[in-house]
Design a protein. Structure first.
Length: 356
DNA sequence: TTGCCGTGCCGTCAAATTAA
DNA sequence: TTAATTTGACGGCACGGCAA
């Protein structure tokens, strides 16, 4: 899709992309044409482009009249391409990665053989990359107004109330004394998983709100940014999680494993100051036994799977948005095409009046 | 009602891509 | 160079439509 916006020529089952560049001095110019198989188009992998000579007809190519382009394939076959849209009509879909197309007059072609090799390498390097949907759409939207950008975080179209954080990438996983895993995401999602055979069973996602009334029926973890004693508190139904920064001094009896830079978490019953369960903050340096190493590996794997799960969701959302964007572009282009055809018919009628 | 098929969504893996 | 992120591919599951 990142090849959109160039002139696409299909011939003998092969597809070629070409950018039209006009020479200021001479109407007869040589364009470099990237040629690749359609199979590569599907996978996004583009092989080393072979160069084809494109000669633009010297006469009759001025603005207002269709340009006739002769494309000579490496096999020797010549394809005639008649352009309808002239340069005043820029391509609506811009390529996110506009390549610098080699433009050389025919007289200079022999002298630029070395630079062509270098440029070919550069072009291959650039073309073989597969930009992300976000990058494609963002660059597309920067070129063409009216296309919404994909935000770094989920937009309001997700239907998320503005006071609810939706960032779901976990930054910390903690294990309670009862074996529960608690993953706290940067944006506020808390996931609690009960210990199961695969470690993922019983995963619960809780949403934190900074303010506002909880939606009816929803399980809400209220998040207080910071209390007077410098602690961060999470109010969970039935228990209270106290997030204690390591610099702040809480009662030492409440601390279980203050290891290194890791903050310590405690789960308390809401009506009592006594800890319901003490949370371990695992530090890689504190692991000794093979069992602990295995647990650490399991924890890392769960964290990776959780992150990838969220990443896949986000990727699918971006892909949908990208497809929607392309569909809207198709609609725009169809309307534009229809208008141009009508305009052409009108001009034909004007230029060739009926003679009886 | 049942089996089949198409579609959509999700989780996971692996490879490609990007950022530091 | 390396770690993190992104995305294509694959398999599984749920759901709805349709014919037998």
């Amino acid at each position: 899709p990142w090849l959109c916006g160039r002139t696409v020529i299909s011939a003998l089952g092969r597809q070629m992309t070409m950018e039209t560049v006009e020479s200021q001095q001479d109407r007869s110019v040589t364009h470099s044409v990237a040629e690749h198989s359609s199979a590569h188009m599907q996978t996004g992998q583009i092989s080393v482009p072979t160069l084809a000579q494109v000669s633009v007809a010297g006469s009759g190519t001025g603005r207002g009249s269709p340009a006739v382009t002769l494309v000579q394939l490496p096999s020797g076959q010549t394809v005639q391409v008649q352009g309808v849209i002239q340069t005043p009509h820029p391509s609506v879909i811009q390529s996110p990665q506009i390549q610098t197309v080699q433009v050389a007059t025919i007289a200079e072609t022999d002298d630029s053989a070395d630079s062509e090799v270098i440029d070919s390498h550069k072009r291959r390097e650039i073309l073989s990359r597969r930009p992300s949907y976000r990058k494609i759409l963002n660059e597309l939207s920067s070129d063409v107004p009216g296309i919404p950008k994909i935000e770094e975080e989920k937009s309001e179209e997700e239907g998320t109330p503005p006071n609810i954080a939706t960032m779901a990438v976990p930054t910390s996983i903690y294990q309670t004394s009862t074996g529960q895993y608690i993953a706290i995401a940067q944006g506020g999602t808390i996931q609690i998983s009960n210990p199961g055979s695969d470690g993922v069973q019983g995963l619960q996602a809780l949403t934190m709100t900074n303010s506002g009334a909880p939606p009816p029926g929803a399980t809400i973890v209220q998040y207080a940014a910071q209390s007077a004693d410098g602690t961060q508190q999470f109010f969970v139904p039935g228990s209270q999680v106290v997030v204690q920064d390591e610099e702040t001094d809480l009662a030492p009896s409440h601390m279980a494993a203050a290891t290194g830079d890791m903050p310590t978490y405690q789960i308390r019953a809401p009506t009592t100051a006594l800890p319901q369960g003490v949370v371990m903050a695992a530090s890689p340096g504190s692991l000794h036994s093979p069992q602990q190493l295995a647990e650490e590996a399991t924890r890392k794997r769960e964290l990776r799977l959780m992150k990838n799960r969220e990443a896949a969701k986000e990727c699918r959302r971006r892909k949908k948005e990208y497809v929607k964007c392309l569909e809207s572009r198709v609609a725009v282009l169809e309307v534009q095409n229809k208008k141009l055809i009508e305009e052409l018919e009108t001009l034909k009628d004007i230029c060739s009046p009926k003679t009886d």
